[in-house]
Write a protein that binds this ligand. Sequence first.
Ligand code: TXA
Ligand code: MG
Length: 322
Amino acid sequence: MTKLLKSAIESDILEAVTILKNGGIVALPTETVYGLAADASNEMAIKKIFKAKQRPENHPLILHIQSVYELENWAKIVSDDAITLAKHFWPGPITLLLPKLDSVSDIITGGSKNIAIRVSANQTFAKVLQSGKFSLVAPSANIHKKLSPTKAEHVMHHMNGLIDAVLDGGACNFGIESSIIDCTSSDIKILRLGPIQKKEIEDVLKKTVQDVSFSETSGVSGSMLQHYQPNKKTYVLESALIQKFILKNTNCIVLYYSDEVKGILDNARKIQMPNNPKDYAILLYSSLYDADRSDAGFILVEKPPESEQWSAVNDRLKKASV
Ligand code: TXA
Ligand code: MG
């Protein structure tokens, strides 16, 4: 049985810490999505994460530390650009890829010479790290390739019985996974799009960075074409095509954001999405969860605009759809 703990209860936080100290695995809230955490110094505990998620062992895990000052315990080289990004964006939804120290376990990095590290802005997560005086590895708390969880109930849906506990800290603030930035060379690359946009990174570093998030070779499981998928088949369609589609297929549920599409949906099953990218991202996974649990046969999503501000949302939608 998976224990449901509450972040508002101090003794529940301490219980989560104790479980982690004893080599258990606990889902914790972060500002992006819920993470499935294990003590980063305990290889047996880390292996439990791979088993529970059904995740291939060569898919590396993100390490969560308390502050930029702990980087030297894990990374062999921390470039000036990495320090600049860490000081500007941490705690926050950005992960830095750095060359790992030889002492860092290959189980964390899936055999890679690099390690992905972040400092979460979630207060509950920070309290767990402080009380435990440890670092935690934490991938998203979902079964491999399924939707990432943004609420404790989503974690329970996937993982009840497979993990020791879930610490319920309410809904996540950003709703999509952190931006991952490769800082292993002076050519800074975006490996995964996320809440922190390319332009923000370029403004802070005062140089151009490359978006390689769609390349097959980046070694990031989040860059595989099919990822973050609902169980029901999901199609992303231009606004104009939605009407044609639902006239022929009444068996769908529609995630829409425009007034144009709202006007044609009448009695169709539907979920209204925000019309700005930040709020859309917050609700993206939870709306797909709701759509997945509805009695519709498949999911239609109104395609958001192609602009840079929507790039992370469009990336996740591309991966969720067939
Ligand atoms: O927002 C987030 O990043 C969430 C929260 C829980 O922190 N975590 C998360 O972890 O999304 P996960 O494992 O679901 O996705 C992490 C991605 C994976 O695609 C993994 O391949 C990549 O980061 N990654 C981790 N370590 C890496 C490494 N050493 N080299 C290349 N990619 C790495
Ligand atoms: Mg994930």
